[in-house]
Design a protein around this ligand. Structure first.
Ligand SMILES: Cc1ncc(COP(=O)(O)O)c(C=O)c1O
Length: 368
């Protein structure tokens, strides 16, 4: 049996950077500065430069970034926030955590991101914000969603570092934007980490106070707001700085592998993810195809030593956690995606010979 091909491989990345990462972490330990120090400030600057934003703030997770962004925009009890029903649950739980109500909307079939047309039907007088998710690294239809005038537009960029929409990086398009550096993300820390950004100076200073126990900037024990502790620590910042230098190269490699899959799978009865629809440059956090024979394909790949993954088996309106919400059906595209979506192995360290094995295995499945 040939070698097993994992769906995501963090150990390959770790092996390639082991020396640099150990040195960076060692320097933090020796410095004795662990919270809101030089590493965090440098990372914030470097990441902001990459996005073309005046400032980005490091936080302790993507979930915190979403909660902080909603809080800074004044979202609270009685408000509704429109979110796609096909995403990771944190997009919605951040809304719930503030006492507001997530209103689920369907996705666009091509990009699997929030449908502006469906979101429009779900707007009410209480709609305070909308959260497009650039899912699997595919930019959402930000212009279409902006035209709805559904209140604050908060981008969930947890899976889309460096993706572009009409020439501009995602994260620089909304009123606020939220990133996750969960270890498996395109830019991943060695633990939990995230970032939140905004272009408006007032929103930025609210975010900066809120992430640090509501402290008035520059004052240790004067608290301007009821905030929480969502700070990025120095060890994570140092790890992220090492990896940030590789992010452009890794992103190009992801795109090249996606193009390889696209060509290899052409002509098969599967829906392939778009390589660049309507002026977008996706970054393929995951390469997710769709087929009604998804479960059989997954089993076939497994029998050949190839891992694949179901993202996501349930829409959010189908989750037990949201059974009390009585979401207004239908969600045809999202429900179909949850039945048909299958992610193939794709990460910068995936060898071309392995990608070729994946293509051959998928082709053999449909030839049988
Ligand atoms: C779309 C999306 N939003 C939000 C999050 C939450 O990020 P984190 O796990 O860093 O809290 C994730 C990551 O898991 C995600 O994929």
């Amino acid at each position: 049996m040939p070698n097993f091909i994992p769906l995501i491989s963090l150990d390959r990345q770790q092996r390639s950077l082991s020396r640099q990462l150990k040195r960076a972490v060692g320097q933090v330990l020796d410095s004795g500065s662990f919270i809101l120090g030089a590493q965090g400030r440098a990372f914030e600057k470097e990441f902001a430069k990459l996005l073309g934003l005046p400032r980005v703030l490091g936080v302790d997770s993507g979930t915190s970034a979403l909660e902080l962004a909603l809080k800074a925009c004044g979202v609270g009890p009685g408000d509704e926030v429109i979110v796609p029903t096909f995403t990771f649950i944190a997009t919605a739980t951040a809304v719930s955590a503030l006492g507001a109500t997530p209103v689920f909307a369907d996705i666009d079939w091509d990009t699997m991101t929030l449908s502006a047309e469906d979101a429009r039907k779900r707007m009410t007088r209480r709609t305070k914000a909308i959260i497009p998710v650039h899912l699997f690294g595919q930019p959402a239809d930000v212009d279409g969603l902006r035209r709805l005038k559904a209140g604050w537009l908060i981008e969930d960029c947890a899976q889309s570092h460096l993706a572009k929409y009409k020439g501009r990086p995602v994260g620089a398009l909304g009123d606020a934007s939220c990133f996750s550096f969960y270890p498996t993300k395109n830019l991943g820390a060695a633990g939990d980490a995230g970032a939140v950004a905004a272009a408006d100076a007032g929103l930025l200073s609210a975010l900066e106070e809120l992430r640090n126990c509501g402290r008035k900037l520059g004052q240790a024990y004067r608290h301007a707001r009821v905030g929480s502790n969502c700070r990025l620590d120095e060890i994570q910042a140092a790890v992220l700085r090492v990896k940030l230098k590789r992010l452009r190269r890794w992103t190009e490699r992801r795109r090249a592998l996606a193009a390889f899959y696209d060509e290899g799978l052409s002509g098969l009865p599967v829906t392939r993810p778009p390589l660049g629809l309507r002026g977008t440059q996706p970054v393929f956090h995951l390469y997710v195809l769709r087929t009604p024979r998804r479960d059989a394909l997954l089993a076939h790949l497994k029998s050949l030593g190839i891992a694949s993954g179901v993202y996501y088996p349930l829409c959010l309106h189908q989750q037990p956690a949201y059974s009390g919400l009585k979401s207004r059906r239908p969600f045809p595209n999202a429900e179909r995606a949850s039945r048909e979506a299958l992610a193939l192995p794709l990460y910068p360290e995936l060898r071309l010979s392995e990608a070729a094995r994946v293509v051959a295995a998928v082709r053999a499945f449909f030839a049988a």
